[in-house]
Design a protein around this ligand. Sequence first.
Ligand SMILES: Nc1nc2c(ncn2[C@@H]2O[C@H](COP(=O)(O)OP(=O)(O)OP(=O)(O)O)[C@@H](O)[C@H]2O)c(=O)[nH]1
Ligand SMILES: [Mg+2]
Length: 303
Amino acid sequence: MLSLSRLSGRIGLSQALRELIRSKPAFDESSLGQLEEILISADVGVRTSSRLLKKLSASLAFPLKGKEDRWEGVLSVLREEMLDIFSGRSRELITNADGLTVVLVVGVNGVGKTTSIGKLANLLRGQGKRVLLAAGDTFRAGAIEQLEIWAKSAGVGIVKQKYGVDPSAVAFDAVSACLARGIDVLIIDTAGRLHTKVNLMEELKKVKRVLGKGVPGAPHEILLVVDATTGQNALIQAKLFHSAVGVSGIALAKLDGTAKGGIVAAIEDELAIPVKLVGTGENLEDLQSFDPAEFVQALLNPS
Ligand SMILES: Nc1nc2c(ncn2[C@@H]2O[C@H](COP(=O)(O)OP(=O)(O)OP(=O)(O)O)[C@@H](O)[C@H]2O)c(=O)[nH]1
Ligand SMILES: [Mg+2]
């Protein structure tokens, strides 16, 4: 598994920082603009980059004098502000203390929902939880079989119906099955949908309503999967899914496939939705809890 700290050498921001520092060891006012460019090209986003830059300008008095390690000072201000962006949000999966926890997984096509569900089921089962998956994607050919393969690999059960069935019927059945079998966590797969398609968003709202009728407070977690390689587009998806169904956590898939990764900071800064899980590969074990300290270190580590 690729750990977050091992990502550091591959993240564009840290590479670009290294080059900038090498070419220009003294930090001056023009370095601010160069830094901003680097942040934006690493997907940190315009708004969040300007927040970081503002903080930096406010804490540095130009011209900087004396110190040999001025970049160190700059980086420590950046790290601190970046950590502040991630502070104050719980990254634990929300669980239902009174019984069955229901996790609804949503997102646009192909971002990594089904794969992340398989990995999450494995993670939870490893923690001793009894997990069941529901094949709520009754639309895409092969989706049910794909989830069955993941269920088998993770060693958990699955509830499925035929293709074309209303996903909220699958969700309702799955809840009944979980209650009958004393399951701890139900994870529901859904079909990929464009965040701009109103009728498909309505379908998700219906799944949510039906779940709430089956178990009080369900779905306890609405996990939006976004693809780290799509950059700023992930931000738009998160905004629209959040306004439609209320996203409680983000799983950032394919972080291994991008040299950027700054999108995590943009999502948290602009939307205040916690990134809870990070996918770093296609295998069962390639999912980890998101650790902001480790991530910021990887992002802003020029050595
Ligand atoms: N490298 C890498 N690939 C991933 C990761 N997560 C998912 N994938 C790959 O992304 C592709 C799509 O994954 P799926 O899990 O089928 O995505 P989905 O969102 O369920 O897709 P739809 O159901 O069609 O909307 C597959 O080829 C996965 O192997 C990841 O963290 N890293
Ligand atoms: Mg899928």
